[in-house]
Design a protein around this ligand. Structure first.
Ligand code: ZN
Length: 264
């Protein structure tokens, strides 16, 4: 349900502005993700009438572009190698040891945040969001050699020419980190809008990792109505009974300012 809400919010925001909507599968983290489960994402979107433009983009196939950017950042002196383990990292996963002065080590690679890096986002739904407490560095390449999500996503969003990135509010800090990378690369960031996220009763994000049930793709109309209600949008009358018509009405009725009243 959490994923459907994010997909629907992003779809409606794009369509209501006569925009295109793209599907990218962020599959650069194979140890954690079950490859077979990616197939269910397009099927689930299609069963809800959420059709995308162009081919599906797989982040795992963009390794070369990610490595190129790493080299660029390294040559410009923005990266350092870090030997810290989970036990020695500081608050919010920051490297607080003297890893910046070490040479020829096998560890993770970190981006050192420049002092003039952005610390606020003009969010399309929430208004200006400010975060002054983010650590002065973060991982861009993991110890196991995998490119980190922050770097891959920052680069892919630029290279694919996205104008707007709409996603869950749990990723607001990530958006800011990606903006830091964009600025360092001398590129303009897309605009960001962060949607309320679906949580369980104790306030944890509902996701497969936290054991949330998959939604029933046999009841797409009801699922869409629930997702619309969650996003603070009007739900179509009951006699509107196919996904295409529900989405068409929801596109016409889409209101960005209905999203900022939700708890984040
Ligand atoms: Zn370190």
């Amino acid at each position: 349900m959490g994923s459907l809400v994010a997909a629907l919010g992003s779809f409606l925001d794009a369509r209501s502005h006569e925009g295109e909507w793209y599907l990218r599968i962020d599959d650069i983290d194979p140890p954690r993700h079950d490859k077979a489960s990616f197939g269910s994402i397009p099927r689930c979107l299609e069963s809800h009438g959420l059709t995308w433009d162009g081919p599906i983009i797989f982040q795992s196939q963009r390794r070369e572009a990610h490595e190129d950017t790493l080299s660029k950042l390294r040559n410009a002196g923005h990266l350092f190698d870090c030997l810290c383990t989970r036990a020695t990292l500081g608050e919010l996963g920051a490297c607080v040891m003297d890893c910046r002065d070490r040479k020829d080590i096998e560890g993770s690679v970190r981006f050192h945040v420049p002092t003039d890096a952005p610390d606020r986002i003009k969010d399309l739904f929430l208004g200006e969001q400010h975060r002054s407490d983010l650590p002065s560095n973060f991982i861009v390449k993991r110890r196991d050699g995998l490119i980190a999500y922050q770097l891959a996503t920052a680069i892919d969003d630029l290279d694919e020419g996205y104008t707007h990135v709409i996603r869950g509010a749990d990723l607001l800090e990530s958006s800011l980190r990606q903006m830091m990378l964009h600025q360092t690369l001398g590129r303009l960031s897309p605009e960001y809008g962060h949607l309320p996220i679906v949580t369980d009763q104790s306030g944890n994000k509902l996701s497969k990792q936290t054991g949330a049930r998959a939604i029933d793709t046999d009841t797409p109309n009801a699922n869409l109505r629930r997702a619309l209600a969650f996003l603070g949008q009007p739900t179509p009358p009951q006699d509107v009974d196919c996904v295409e018509d529900i989405l068409q009405l929801a596109t016409v009725n889409w209101r960005r300012n209905a999203l900022n009243s939700k708890n984040l």
